[in-house]
Design a protein around this ligand. Structure first.
Ligand code: CP
Length: 312
């Protein structure tokens, strides 16, 4: 496996162009081959230490980064704020410096506050991967979404991707917008006005994006339908009249999915509010690639770790 890029951090996809995304996805395909072997391990990161620092809950991202690092033979430390000196008042930056002194090469960090991974990257001498910061960015999720789309269609360019749900609180949507538009997809964002934000905001950053509150119109002929989780933990009260009203207008149901292209795939970054933004029937239909997204997360995160910390 070659390592064509040598970047230090992955904090978002805003500074990752189509060529670099393609190189990461190609490496992820090689990693997928490794994961298909009886012995799912290569020595690419032997002697390196990856520290997972999750200050916000996670199942998929945390476990898949751990599985990925172990498959590359790295040592893995799972830092938990609870029980650490953070509880005695040690600052985040002092914690990072301590972890560096203890030999960390890569920090994978999730935090509820946007921008924390960027701060950590300034203080840490190794590499930092943003595993999700506030509503800002979730680059490894966007890359595994791109990988999953490319695996199904062979390409991303020219596809119509409809992203529907709690757009305004979603870090997944922001990183996906960088990645999908860089790779030539056409993206439509759909949400109730209170969960969408001003169209001018989205178009100022991503001029090709379409923004609408009308899911039934937007979904017609779509190649990819990506439902987003309703993030009730990040919402102020009063953004929705009721969950029932939200379901009626924005849930991905079998009837709505029938309006998309016959070959359309259904995605969701997880965790799902089944029966709210997506029906259980759609989540498990043959068109759903939700489980493939989770599985692909390991290969894509192996590729990211390899690109940052593997041999040049
Ligand atoms: N998609 C995602 O980030 O899931 P987790 O919160 O379980 O990591």
């Amino acid at each position: 496996m070659s390592n064509p890029t040598r970047r230090r951090h992955v904090l978002d996809l805003d500074d990752v162009d189509a060529g670099e995304i393609s190189a990461i996805l190609e490496t992820a395909r090689s990693m997928q081959e490794v994961l298909g072997r009886l012995i799912k391990q290569v020595p690419a990161l032997r002697g390196r230490t990856v520290v997972n620092m999750f200050f916000e809950d996670s199942t998929r991202t945390r476990i898949s980064f751990e599985v990925a690092a172990r498959a590359l033979s790295a040592a893995v430390i799972n830092f938990s704020a609870r029980g650490s000196s953070v509880e005695k008042g040690e600052s985040l930056i002092d914690t990072v410096r301590t972890i560096e002194a203890l030999g960390a090469d890569v920090i994978v960090i999730r935090h509820a506050e946007a921008g924390v991974p960027h701060l950590v990257a300034q203080a840490f001498g190794g590499s930092v991967i943003n595993a999700g910061d506030g509503r800002h960015a979730h680059p490894s999720q966007a890359l595994l979404d791109l990988f999953t789309i490319q695996a199904r269609f062979g390409t991303i360019a020219g596809l119509h991707v409809v992203i529907v749900g709690d757009v305004t609180h979603s870090r997944v949507v922001r990183s996906n917008l960088w990645g999908l538009t860089a790779m030539g997809a056409r993206v439509t964002l759909v949400a109730p006005a209170t969960l969408l934000g001003p169209a001018a905001f989205w178009r100022a950053i991503w001029p090709t994006v379409t923004v609408t509150t009308d899911l039934d119109r937007a979904i017609a002929g779509a190649d990819v339908v990506m439902a987003l989780r309703l993030q009730q933990e990040r919402q102020d009260a009063g953004l929705l009249p009721s969950l029932g009203e939200y379901r009626r207008r924005y849930a991905i149901t079998a009837e709505r999915l029938a309006r998309a292209a016959p070959h359309a795939i259904v995605m969701h970054p997880g965790p799902m509010n089944a029966g709210v933004e997506i029906t259980p029937e759609v989540a498990t239909t043959a068109q759903s690639v939700i489980e493939a997204q989770v599985a692909n997360g390991v290969a894509v995160r192996m590729a990211l770790l390899y690109h940052l910390a593997g041999e040049a």
